[in-house]
Design a protein around this ligand. Structure first.
Ligand code: GLC
Length: 653
């Protein structure tokens, strides 16, 4: 049994967070950055060099930024329903042991028992802001299924008007979504990745994944349920400050975990306590880096503000610091020659080896939208001026880079087909030294007369011509691509409907890697066999992003067609995670059932289609100032004229 020591401190005192080591021993607690001037004995801070960074995170507010009045929660050990993290099992048995102004930290001092040595223990909850979240919200959550929502506009709070009787599949989806809600100390904080009662080996699907929670969050927000999203954002913000270690190495501060789990820890013979346990990739299959988590967190934070009208949340000093830390990780200088973000394989939704290391499109489009969100949300003061300038420059360079070099259509492929190689000069046409032989045979036949898309990745002498759906769709949503390109991407999806939608929307990528490619690129991954899982499987969760992109481009009918296809099958098939085969005919080989982001993606799509005006809160229009910045930068090398008109005409608008 682990020996657990409690440490009660007054609000505003030093707050220590236990860190985890995958070597299996407990590291010294580090000082949480919300607290105090004098450095702690065991503090391990990364050093920030203010001369090299666009901003300094060691600002005077930092010390006070992360204090949450926190309470511990415990429940009786002989309560038979002590499965961690479920509303039904905990919300009624939790008791507050310290008052709101106190908080507790517990440290594991020994090994064995229910916890591995090294399991991090943090016990805290976030105070409820009653001005934002009504007390009745939890019970409304429980009544979701029966509730007939009425359109209302409470201040700027958005509530979607269902205005009709929900179908059986919608009713079931809401019930399942509610059942997937995870609570921490009595408050909803996220949703399980999958909640299949028949699944005896859930692996890590019993965790709350940051990326998976986004459609759940949107479904709740559109339905007027803000509390769970607010709690999620604030709790994950706390996890961001953990010291993480993989073997002897500590990844950068600001990293958001891929997922977290609520664990139950025995306190004594009769009591148990809930703790948050994040996974930064140190337990993940393949030890992949969760690069997209922080980007999604920023995107969700903005969506929360837009939909609830609670802008005070993003103005909080701790939230502002959280945004800056994520940006600091993304914007720090490296050896890169391009404005795109350099990442390892499997660092996003495709979280296994699939040959998407380098500068994959999905990461670039999330990066672009996170930068646009951050620019909107950062408090404008002396401290953030440089950062905003850096963001603007990066946005402008990134959009130019992607629009120019990732875009392919008939015309462009024909150009590549005739490329000269070994060109040496700044004026080279074939800048990346792409050998035309690289154009795959499938593409020559596949590319339609009308339409085009962004390729999956670009590196020296390598273009990954696969079509990756999320990256392309999110380029539309975030306006990373031009209005013309946005329409062309949807044209391509429409004309290649059988390949990209088929019997279940939407293919994660097209085409699948086969034979030698599969062997070498996936490392012979038996889960990613051709037309399965990440390798050309069909993922219904992508429906909400597709719907959003279609609504932005005024093509609702296309989204409706996809939702109709999904609706007919998802309910009957028990909400699978993914489908297999070229056309998405079969439920995926190893697909989970009752996958939460499948359920939430479906609900969010339905609500967006019924309330298209709400979609506009979630997408971005073209920013001509950014284009101008880029054209002006190019004009310095006397390649382009510097003006807004030039910007419009020269950057593929
Ligand atoms: C799979 C998916 C990943 C998702 C996770 C939980 O690993 O590839 O994107 O977050 O399952 O659903």
């Amino acid at each position: 049994m682990n020996a657990i020591r409690f440490c009660n401190m007054k609000f505003g005192c030093r707050l220590s967070i236990q860190s985890r080591s995958v070597l299996g021993f407990i590291k010294s607690p580090i000082l949480n950055r919300n607290l105090h001037e004098s450095p702690p004995r065991f503090l391990r801070f990364p050093s920030f060099n203010p001369t090299h960074k666009p901003f300094s995170v060691t600002n005077p507010n930092w010390g006070r930024s992360r204090i949450f009045p926190a309470t511990c929660c415990s429940s009786s050990n002989n309560n038979s329903s002590n499965k961690p993290g479920f509303v039904a099992n905990y919300s009624t048995t939790l008791e507050t042991r310290v008052n709101e102004k106190n908080f507790e930290r517990i440290y594991v001092q020994g090994g064995g028992g229910d916890l591995d040595e090294g399991t991090p223990l943090v016990v805290e909850t976030i105070d409820k802001d009653e001005t934002v979240i009504s007390q009745g919200e939890e019970s409304r959550l429980n009544n979701l299924q029966n509730e007939k929502l009425v359109s209302k506009d409470e201040g700027s709070k958005t509530v979607v008007d269902v205005g009709r009787t929900e179908s059986e599949s919608e009713k079931e989806a809401w019930r399942l979504l509610k059942e997937a809600v995870v609570t921490y100390c009595g408050s909803p904080v996220g949703t399980l990745a999958a909640n299949d009662p028949g699944d005896k080996v859930p692996l890590n699907y019993d965790q709350v994944f940051i990326r998976d929670f986004v459609p759940s969050a949107l479904a709740f927000l559109l339905r007027g349920e803000g509390e769970i999203v607010r709690n999620f954002l604030l709790h994950t913000l706390q996890l961001q400050s953990w010291e993480k270690t993989v073997d002897c190495y500590s990844p950068g501060q600001g990293l958001m975990p891929a997922s977290f789990k609520i664990r139950t820890v025995p306190l004594d013979e009769t009591k148990v306590e809930e703790v948050l346990d994040p996974d930064f990739g140190e337990s993940a299959i393949g030890r992949v880096a969760p690069v997209d988590s922080g980007l999604w967190w920023i995107i969700l934070l903005r969506a929360y503000g837009k939909i609830t009208g609670d802008y005070a949340m993003q103005e909080r000093v701790d939230v502002q610091t959280g945004i800056k830390l994520i940006l600091n990780l993304c914007l720090s200088d490296g050896f890169d020659m391009f404005p795109s973000l350099l990442v390892t394989d499997g660092s996003c939704m495709i979280d296994r080896r699939m040959g998407i290391h380098g500068h994959p499109l999905e990461i670039q489009s999330l990066f672009y939208s996170a930068l646009r969100c951050a620019r909107e949300m950062l408090a404008l003061d002396e401290g953030s001026k440089n950062l905003v300038r850096t963001i603007n420059n990066r946005l402008s360079a990134l959009s130019f880079h992607i629009r120019e070099y990732y875009w392919v259509d008939m015309k462009k492929i024909n150009e590549i087909y005739r490329y000269k190689t070994e060109e040496y000069s700044t004026e080279a046409t074939n800048k990346f030294n792409i050998y035309p032989e690289q154009i795959p045979h499938w593409l020559m036949d596949w590319i339609p007369e009308e339409g085009g898309y962004m390729i999956g990745n670009l590196q020296p002498a390598h273009m990954d011509f696969r079509f990756f759906t999320l990256g392309n769709i999110w380029s539309i949503v975030s306006s990373l691509s031009t209005p013309k390109q946005n329409n062309s991407i949807l044209n391509l999806i429409e004309s290649k409907w059988d390949d990209l939608v088929g019997q279940m929307p939407v293919k994660i990528c097209y085409p699948a890697l086969e034979l030698e490619d599969w062997r070498i690129i996936t490392g012979s991954d038996p889960k990613n066999t051709p037309w399965s899982y990440h390798n050309g499987g069909s993922w219904p969760t992508l429906l909400w992003q597709f719907t959003l992109a279609c609504l932005k481009m005024g093509r609702a009918e296309l989204a409706r067609k996809a939702v109709d296809i999904a609706e007919k099958r998802l309910y009957a098939d028990h909400w699978p995670e993914y489908y297999d085969t070229r056309s998405g005919k079969f439920i995926g080989k190893q697909s989970r059932l009752y996958q939460t982001w499948t359920i939430a993606g479906y609900l969010t799509s339905k609500m967006l289609l019924e309330n298209p005006e709400k979609a506009s809160l979630l997408f971005w229009e073209e920013d001509y100032d950014l284009l101008e910045t880029c054209v002006c930068a190019l004009s310095k090398t006397s390649r382009k004229k510097c003006s807004r008109g030039a910007a419009k005409s020269q950057i593929l608008v």
